[in-house]
Design a protein around this ligand. Structure first.
Ligand SMILES: NC(=O)c1ccc[n+]([C@@H]2O[C@H](COP(=O)([O-])OP(=O)(O)OC[C@H]3O[C@@H](n4cnc5c(N)ncnc54)[C@H](O)[C@@H]3O)[C@@H](O)[C@H]2O)c1
Length: 390
């Protein structure tokens, strides 16, 4: 006996159109499909209307596999489909601005992957258009939706750590090391991606803003391209890499905290090593994406003094963020669940007209991250410390 759609309770439905269907397309589609299964009742049931790609056979196959009703090979045509109420933009960075602006101008809500845009100007255009057209807008900084990260923010924002002195974060991967023979991809091409490791790992800029509730005010940065040529995909020669492979930056926040941000695709042995540490006057917090259920917590004046030190807290208790939707304590969550929390939040904001921020990142937050990234590029080019001009 099959599932009977008609027997679902009378929940609102929201038509989704998605641009792109590769890495992030799979992650977001997985979330739409699992949402009402785990987080019940959801604010709305996602109705997977269509997915858009350039190759007809490939996109048709993916539409069928991911459970979309149909497909388009032209995003402009897709955005004319009146069934689409939420546009999910998981295309490469050069495909973020125009389709997202077109969607908001049609009154369609938008979820757009990070970095929000290749430049501050593009991001500003997207943010302004979304505000002007009064739609919900969200930049897909999904790590805001890790229970342990949300708990870290709550501890900081409720004053438990007191004054914050330091935020330091790293995002380290290794997939472009020479022995992987990684060809030239869109991620190496400035016209398509804007920046390299910097944009890819702009998560650590957003997490800093999110945790501290304060923006980065100035940066002193170095960006570096270590491997300037890569083999072309078709084997016909090599092409130029014109974005950074790695970056390192000293930053200051508007609230006076200082810190460091580092990202690279050349850290041998590091796969998705996204870590942060926050030091405040009353204690410290540390987190690692590769162990995402855990938060290391230290209280400066914890008792008894002889056992004072970092404690490893498993953030899977029933009172922890989102956990009531999942399994009993200790039955850990994975990376893909961040997207389910993210989409639940966006649908909740759409259906009940709530604010996307501060729980989720808006296009304003996406713009803020682009401002910092642009300042880092300028600092690296000039060798000077640069103020972030929001
Ligand atoms: N939140 C995260 O953790 C995270 C992780 C990886 C990537 N991203 C971001 O997600 C976005 C997509 O990255 P990805 O890794 O999924 O890339 P990808 O290369 O795996 O997929 C890109 C998709 O866009 C499609 N596409 C490209 N140009 C198109 C066009 N003109 N019309 C229609 N479709 C087009 C491609 O066919 C492909 O399906 C990027 O902005 C990236 O920075 C975010």
């Amino acid at each position: 006996m099959g599932f009977n759609e008609a027997e679902k309770p009378d929940l609102p439905r929201i038509g989704v159109g998605m641009l792109g269907y590769a890495f992030m397309g799979r992650a977001h589609s997985d979330a739409y499909r699992k949402l009402d299964y785990m987080m019940y009742p959801p604010p709305a049931i996602p109705d997977l209307v269509a997915v858009c790609g350039r190759n007809k056979e490939a996109v048709a196959g993916m539409a069928a596999r991911f459970g979309y009703k149909g497909y388009y090979t032209d995003w402009e045509e897709m955005l004319e489909d009146p069934r689409i109420q939420l546009f999910d933009n998981v295309g490469p960075n050069n495909m973020h601005e125009d389709p997202s602006v077109r969607a908001v101008e049609a009154g369609v809500h938008v979820l757009c992957e990070k970095p929000l845009a290749r430049t501050t100007e593009e991001a500003r255009h997207m943010w302004d258009a979304a505000v002007k057209n009064n739609v919900k807008h969200m930049a897909a900084f999904n790590y805001r939706f890790v229970p342990a990260v949300r708990k870290a923010r709550d501890l900081i924002q409720t004053g438990k750590l007191g004054r914050i002195y330091h935020f330091r974060a790293m995002y380290l991967q290794d997939w472009i090391l020479p022995h992987f023979h990684t060809p030239l991809l869109w991620r190496h091409n400035k016209d398509v991606s804007g920046t390299g490791a910097l944009g890819d790992f702009s998560h650590i800029i957003d997490i800093g803003h999110f945790l501290l509730g304060s923006r980065i005010s100035s940066v002193q940065s170095t960006l570096k391209t270590f491997i300037p040529e890569r083999a072309l995909m078709d084997g016909s020669g090599t092409g130029k890499v014109d974005v950074d492979d790695a970056f390192a930056s000293v930053v200051e926040f508007e609230n006076g905290a200082i810190g460091t941000l580092e990202g690279t695709r050349l850290a041998s042995g590091r796969k998705n090593y996204h870590v942060f540490e926050v030091n405040g006057e009353k204690g410290s917090l540390a987190w690692n994406l590769e162990r995402l259920n855990e938060l290391d917590v230290q209280w400066a004046e914890g008792e008894p003094a002889e056992t004072r030190g970092f404690q490893n807290v498993l953030v899977t208790e029933s009172g922890d963020p989102w956990i009531e939707n999942w399994w009993p304590p200790g039955h850990v969550l994975g990376w893909e669940h961040t997207f389910i929390h993210e989409i639940y939040h966006l649908l909740d904001c759409i259906i009940y007209d709530k604010e996307v921020a501060p729980g989720g990142a808006t296009f304003e937050d996406g713009y803020n991250a682009c401002v910092v990234a642009d300042a880092m590029v300028e600092s690296s080019e000039t060798g000077r410390r640069v103020d972030c001009k929001y």
